[in-house]
Design a protein. Structure first.
Length: 387
C-alpha cells in the first residue's frame, strides 16, 4: 500500500477535533508533494522527501511563513506515473493544497501537467526533462537543470578531448529518452557522430546485450549513458564486467552518493555534468554558490547520518525556498498571486545555481549550473579540464 506521509503541523491538524485547533489548521499553508520515495526513482525521491521534511520543520520552528505554519502533505508515487496522477488529483480535490511540489523524475512530472494546468495550481517540478517547461505552461515551473543542458555540457567536453565518434545508451522513457533526443539533436553542432544508439529499460536487471553491441561497433571512441535512478547503476556494473575500456560519461541523474555505493569502484574514471552540491567544499572560495551548498550539505548530513547529501536532495531545498519566498512577496497563498511571484524569482542562489525566472523561462538557470565532475576512488572530484 502506498504510504501517505504527513509532516509539520499536519499531524496535529489531522488528529484534532476541537474548534480552536481546527481553525488553526485552516490557517496553515498547505503544501502538497508527490515523490518517488520507493521504486526505480527512489534515489531521487527519498532524499527529496528528507529535505522537505527538514526544511518544513525548520521554518515552522522559526515561526512559519507570514506567521503561518506549513502543513506538508506528501504521497509516495512509487515511481509510477499513474500513481502520481492519482495523488495529484487527491492533493487538489481532497487535500485542498495551496501549491504542489514533486515529480521526482520526468515521467511522473509530465503525467500531471494537464491536471495542474486545468486546476490552475502553482507547481514546481523536481524532474530534469526540459519538456516539463518547454513550451512554457502558465502554472508549471521546475528547479533542476535540464537534460538538454547536460547533453550540451558533455558534448562540449567530448569535442575538447577530440572524441568525435560516440555511442549513446539511454533509458527508453522519461529523462533518459528526452536526454537521448537532445543529445542526438546537439551532436552535429560539435562535429560528433553517433555511431551506436542503444536503449534499455530502467527496470532491466542486466544491460550487457546493448553494451555488447556498442563494444562490437567499429570506431566507438566514447559512451554517453543517459538515465536516472537505479538503472545507470546496473549499466555501470555491466560496463566494467565487459571491460569496455573507453571514456564513459553519465547523466546528472546519477549525482547521488547512493549511486557510488551501489557501483563501488566501477564508476571510477567516469565523468558527468552535475550541480555544485556534490562537490560543495571543492568550489572556489569566491564562488557565490559555495556558502549555500556548504550550509545545506552540513544541515542535511547532520540530520540524516550516515546518509550523504546529493544533488537530488538539493532540488527539494530549492523548490520549497522559491515557494516560501513567493508566498511572502504575494502576502498570502492566493494561487494566482503566488504563481506570479514564482515567475518573478530573481537572483535566487540555490543549490542548482543562480535562478532568474521570467514569463518565457520557468527554470531560470544559466549554462553555468552544471560543473564537470569525475569519479575518482569512489568519490566525486571537481574537474578542471578546460573546454
Amino acid at each position: 500500500m502506498i504510504a501517505k506521509f504527513v509532516a509539520g503541523a499536519a499531524v496535529a491538524a489531522m488528529m484534532c477535533v476541537g474548534g480552536g485547533q481546527g481553525a488553526r489548521a485552516a490557517e496553515d499553508i498547505r503544501i502538497g508533494a508527490f515523490l518517488s520515495v520507493t521504486g526505480v526513482m527512489s534515489l531521487m525521491g527519498d532524499p527529496e522527501k528528507r529535505t522537505l521534511d527538514m526544511l518544513v520543520e525548520k521554518i515552522n520552528a522559526e515561526g512559519g511563513v507570514l506567521g503561518r505554519k506549513i502543513q506538508l502533505i506528501t504521497y509516495d508515487d512509487g515511481s509510477e506515473p499513474e500513481k502520481a496522477t492519482t495523488f495529484v488529483k487527491r492533493l487538489i480535490d481532497n487535500d485542498k493544497v495551496d501549491i504542489i511540489i514533486g515529480g521526482s523524475g520526468t515521467p511522473t512530472s509530465m503525467a500531471v501537467l494537464g491536471l495542474i494546468e486545468r486546476a490552475e495550481m502553482p507547481y514546481i517540478s523536481l524532474g530534469g526533462g526540459v519538456s516539463i517547461v518547454e513550451p512554457v505552461r502558465k502554472w508549471v515551473f521546475k528547479v533542476p537543470p535540464t537534460d538538454r543542458m547536460a547533453a550540451d555540457r558533455v558534448l562540449a567536453e567530448m569535442k575538447s578531448r577530440g572524441l568525435t565518434k560516440m555511442a549513446i545508451l539511454s533509458e527508453n522513457v522519461g529523462f533518459g529518452k528526452s536526454g537521448h533526443d537532445h543529445t542526438v539533436a546537439l551532436a552535429p553542432k560539435y562535429g560528433i557522430e553517433i555511431v551506436a544508439d542503444e536503449v534499455y529499460s530502467p527496470k532491466d536487471p542486466d544491460v550487457t546485450a546493448p553494451l555488447a553491441k556498442i563494444r562490437s561497433t567499429p570506431g566507438v571512441q566514447t559512451l554517453f549513458v543517459f538515465g536516472s535512478g537505479n538503472g545507470p547503476a546496473v549499466v555501470t556494473k555491466n560496463i566494467r564486467q565487459l571491460n569496455l575500456n573507453i571514456p564513459v560519461y553519465q547523466s546528472p541523474g546519477v549525482a547521488s552518493r547512493e549511486f557510488l555505493r551501489l557501483v563501488g569502484n566501477a564508476a571510477d574514471g567516469m565523468r558527468l555534468a552535475a550541480g555544485a552540491l556534490i562537490v560543495a567544499e571543492q568550489l572556489p572560495a569566491n564562488d557565490p554558490q559555495r556558502p549555500v551548498v556548504v550550509n545545506f550539505k552540513r544541515m542535511f548530513e547532520e540530520r540524516n547520518k550516515p546518509m550523504d547529501v546529493s544533488t537530488l536532495a538539493g532540488h527539494g531545498w530549492d523548490s520549497l525556498m522559491i515557494v516560501t519566498e513567493a508566498i511572502k512577496r504575494a502576502g498570502g497563498t492566493d494561487k494566482a498571486k503566488v504563481r506570479d511571484e514564482i515567475e518573478k524569482t530573481r537572483n535566487f542562489i540555490g543549490t542548482a545555481g543562480m535562478v532568474n525566472m521570467s514569463p518565457t523561462d520557468h527554470l531560470g538557470l544559466g549554462d553555468d549550473a552544471y560543473h564537470m565532475i569525475e569519479v575518482r576512488n569512489g568519490d566525486w572530484v571537481l574537474s578542471n579540464r578546460p573546454l
